[in-house]
Design a protein around this ligand. Structure first.
Ligand code: URP
Ligand code: ZN
Ligand code: ZN
Length: 459
C-alpha cells in the first residue's frame, strides 16, 4: 500500500516547509519537493498544515474509579482521539492495593485488546509497593515495554502511597532506567479540608475546588522533586495546574534536575469560576481548575521549557454518573472529557492567539511525549523511517465544539459552544487513512499496543 501526500506545509518540532511525503505500508519512506513516485492513493494537502499525529500521554479509558467507570471504552475513546488528530494515547493501569502489577495489567489488557482503534501504551500505577512489586517493576520494563510508573500522592485508601514507598519505588525504577510519574497533591491535607467542608454542610462543587487549594499541589510537587533529587530518579509530573507547583519545578531546575512536566488543555483555557455554576459538577476533576493568573504562569512555563507536554487527562463521566454527587461534591466522580479536541484547542488557543509557535505546538502535542516516554523517532515526528502517523489540518475552518457533534461517549462537553479555528481534515495512522470526510475508516483492533524503550531521550 502506498500513499503520497502532496504540497502540504509540513511542520515538525524543528522544521517548517512545503513538501511531499511518501508512505509505503506503515512507514514514511521519502520526503521532498515534487516527489515523482507512483502511489496507489494521493492526497492533496495544498494550503493545509501537516503535523505528526498527536500523542496524548494521559487518558483513562474504561477505568473503574470512585464507584463507577469512565464512560469511554477503548473503542469509543480511541476513535474520538483519531477524530481530533491524536493517533496514540497512553492509558494508566491501576494496581489494586494488596494485589500484583501483573493482575492489573491483565485486567487492562482484557479491556483494550482487539478494541483500540488508535495506537496505545500503558503507564503502570503502583499503589502498593513491596518486594514482590519491585520484581514486577523490573519485568514491566524489560519484558512488557512499560517504562513509566505512576504514583498518587492523593486518593488515600485507594491509590495513594506514602513517602517511604515513593522513595523505594524511585530507587528500583532508577536502577532499571525507567521513570516515576506523579499526581502531585497533598492527599492528607485535601482529605481534612473535604471532611471540614462536609461537616459544615458545604457540599456544592465549589467546595471541591476549595478543598484543593494551590498549596496542596505546590507542596506535593516540591516534595516529589526533593525525593527525585535524593534518589536520582527521572520524574514527570502529570496535569500541573498552577503557579506554585511550577515554581517548585523552577527550583528543581536551579539545582540542575531534569524533571518533566505535563499540563492539560483545560488548565490553560478554563478557570475556577465554572464551579459557581449550577452544573459545576461537569468540571469536578483533580486537581481542580485554577485562576487566570495560573494560566498565565502555565503558558510562560511552556515557553520557558519548564513544561514539555500538553495532555488531556481524559476521564469522562456521563451526567447521570456526575449526579452520584448531586448532594455532596466528594461523591462526584473526578474527571472530564477531553481526548477529542486537544489538537484543535491548542491550535486555536495557543498558536492563533500567539502564545506558542507552530514548532512548539508540535513539541507539546506530539514530539516531546514520544521522546520522554521512549518512542521517538518511531512516533512523534515526520521523518523517513518513522511510523506514518500524520494529521492533515485545515487552519482556516472554524467550528463550534458541542456534545451534539463530538464522538466521545459522554452527553455533555466541557467546552460546549466554544468556537475554534482549525480543524482535523485527514488522519493517517501507520499508513492507513483513519479519518477522512468526517468518518473513521479503521476498525477496532487496528490500534496496536506499542512497547516503549527504557531511557527517556533528554529534550
Ligand atoms: O480528576 C481526574 N483527574 N480524574 C482522573 C484521575 C486522575 O487523578 O488523573
Ligand atoms: Zn491525577
Ligand atoms: Zn489522570
Amino acid at each position: 500500500m502506498s500513499l503520497l501526500i502532496k504540497n502540504g506545509r509540513v511542520i515538525t518540532a524543528s522544521s517548517d516547509s512545503v513538501c511531499d511525503i511518501y508512505i509505503q505500508d506503515e512507514k514514511i519512506t521519502a520526503i521532498g519537493t515534487d516527489l515523482d513516485l507512483h502511489a496507489e492513493q494521493i492526497i492533496d494537502a495544498r494550503d493545509k498544515l501537516v503535523f505528526p499525529g498527536g500523542m496524548d500521554p494521559h487518558v483513562h479509558l474504561d477505568m473503574p474509579f470512585m464507584g463507577t467507570s469512565s464512560s469511554d471504552d477503548y473503542t469509543s475513546g480511541t476513535r474520538a482521539a483519531l477524530f481530533g488528530g491524536t493517533t496514540m494515547v497512553i492509558d494508566f493501569v491501576l494496581q489494586t492495593q494488596g494485589d500484583s502489577l501483573y493482575n492489573a495489567l491483565r485486567a487492562w489488557q482484557g479491556r483494550s485488546d482487539g478494541r483500540a482503534v488508535c495506537d496505545y501504551s500503558y503507564h503502570m500505577a503502583v499503589t502498593d509497593f513491596n518486594d514482590q512489586v519491585a520484581k514486577e517493576v523490573a519485568q514491566m520494563i524489560e519484558v512488557e515495554g512499560i517504562t513509566s510508573f505512576k504514583t498518587f500522592m492523593a486518593y488515600k485508601g485507594a491509590l495513594m502511597i506514602d513517602d517511604g514507598q515513593m522513595v523505594q519505588l524511585m530507587q528500583v525504577v532508577k536502577k532499571h532506567r525507567g521513570m516515576v510519574t506523579v499526581h502531585a497533591t497533598n492527599g492528607d491535607m485535601i482529605d481534612s479540608l473535604i471532611a471540614r467542608h462536609r461537616s459544615e454542610g458545604k457540599l456544592s462543587p465549589l467546595y471541591h475546588y476549595l478543598s484543593q487549594p494551590e498549596v496542596t499541589e505546590a507542596e506535593a510537587s516540591a516534595r516529589f522533586a526533593d525525593l527525585l533529587h535524593y534518589t536520582g530518579c527521572t520524574g514527570y509530573i502529570v496535569h500541573m495546574t498552577c503557579e506554585g507547583a511550577l515554581n517548585a519545578v523552577r527550583r528543581a531546575a536551579l539545582r540542575n534536575q531534569k524533571l518533566y512536566v505535563e499540563t492539560c488543555n483545560q488548565y490553560l483555557i478554563l478557570d475556577a469560576s465554572l464551579y459557581e455554576r449550577e452544573d459545576g459538577h461537569k468540571w469536578v476533576m483533580s486537581p481542580p481548575l485554577r485562576q487566570k493568573k495560573d494560566q498565565v504562569a502555565l503558558w510562560s512555563g511552556i515557553n520557558q521549557g519548564l513544561i514539555q507536554v500538553v495532555g488531556t487527562d481524559h476521564c469522562p463521566f456521563r451526567w447521570e454518573q456526575k449526579m452520584m454527587g448531586k448532594d455532596d461534591f466528594s461523591k462526584i466522580p473526578n474527571g472530564h472529557p477531553g481526548i477529542e479536541h486537544r489538537m484543535e484547542l491548542m491550535y486555536s488557543e495557543g498558536v492563533l492567539k500567539n502564545k506558542i509557535t507552530l514548532n512548539k505546538y508540535v513539541e507539546l502535542t506530539s514530539t516531546n511525549a514520544a521522546k520522554i516516554f521512549g518512542m521517538y523517532p518511531k512516533k512523534g515526528t515526520i521523518a523517513v523511517g518513522s511510523d506514518a502517523d500524520i494529521l492533515i489540518f485545515d487552519p482556516m475552518q472554524t467550528h463550534t465544539i458541542s456534545s451534539e457533534s463530538h464522538h466521545m461517549h459522554v452527553d455533555y462537553s466541557a467546552y460546549e459552544g466554544h468556537q475554534v479555528t482549525g480543524k482535523t481534515e485527514v488522519v493517517i495512522l501507520r499508513g492507513r487513512v483513519a479519518v477522512r470526510d468526517g468518518s473513521c475508516t479503521l476498525d477496532p483492533g487496528y490500534g496496536q499496543f506499542i512497547k516503549r524503550s527504557r531511557v527517556a531521550k533528554m529534550i
